[in-house]
Write a protein that binds this ligand. Structure first.
Ligand SMILES: CC(C)(COP(=O)(O)OP(=O)(O)OC[C@H]1O[C@@H](n2cnc3c(N)ncnc32)[C@H](O)[C@@H]1OP(=O)(O)O)[C@@H](O)C(=O)NCCC(=O)NCCS
Length: 186
């Protein structure tokens, strides 16, 4: 993940076509995916404060409250941010951040209480829909090779590894987007 590459053209409250969405995890348990608003800021900080383990995904999320605040100031300044809400509690954060006119970067963070239930895979699919609705042609991400659960969730959502050095510290992955078919087309 390298959210430092994001440009500053998008806003966090921009409407995204596929949202809000009521979904179910692999066990049929419901979760709600909706856009982040400024009113969620404190609850999102709280989620990251309780996040475990910290700094495991390329050093993120940061370890202490002040670093979390600074990091959120930076990432929330651009892109589309989606929250996972269960029983009124914010337990997940998906970021779809524009890198260029044709590409967005994806990152997601789920609280430890809701991992390995298919929610990350569903968020990856949502990210693809969001990027497509925003006119991008590809979604890119980087992940540590040891993060098997993340890599598997990206593969399940259609992401493929980009060719890279065997010794590279990160795996780069990409989903190529095709435009939605135009129902009015002959
Ligand atoms: C990475 C993350 C977003 C994935 O979301 P998730 O909801 O936990 O993942 P999913 O349940 O959708 O999919 C995980 C898949 O990996 C598999 N898996 C779990 N542990 C695994 C392991 N050690 N090795 C290989 N596969 C593994 C699961 O079985 C599942 O595949 P399946 O459905 O075919 O059985 C989430 O775990 C998370 O937030 N982790 C901490 C932060 C992080 O690493 N973020 C990514 C930054 S790049």
């Amino acid at each position: 993940m390298d959210t430092s590459t994001a440009d500053q053209r998008a806003t966090t409250t921009r409407p995204a076509g596929p949202l809000p969405r009521d979904l179910v995890d692999k066990g049929g348990r419901p979760f709600h995916a909706r856009l982040y608003t400024r009113a969620d800021r404190y609850a999102l900080e709280e989620m990251y404060r309780a996040f475990d383990p910290k700094r495991r995904a390329q050093g993120l999320p940061p370890g202490d409250g002040e670093s979390i605040r600074r990091w959120l100031d930076h990432v929330l300044a651009a892109g589309t941010h989606v929250l996972v809400e269960i029983d009124g509690e914010i337990l997940g954060h998906l970021m779809v951040i524009p890198m260029s006119d044709d590409a967005s970067e994806l990152a997601n963070f789920l609280h430890q209480a809701i991992r390995n239930r298919g929610i990350g895979t569903a968020l990856n699919q949502l990210a693809v829909e969001i990027a497509r609705a925003e006119g991008r042609q590809r979604v890119w991400l980087s992940v540590e090779p040891s993060n098997r659960i993340a890599i598997r969730s990206y593969e399940k959502a259609g992401f493929r590894r980009l060719p890279g050095s065997l010794w590279a510290p990160e795996v780069e992955m990409e989903a190529r987007l095709t435009p939605e078919p135009d129902p009015a087309a002959p």
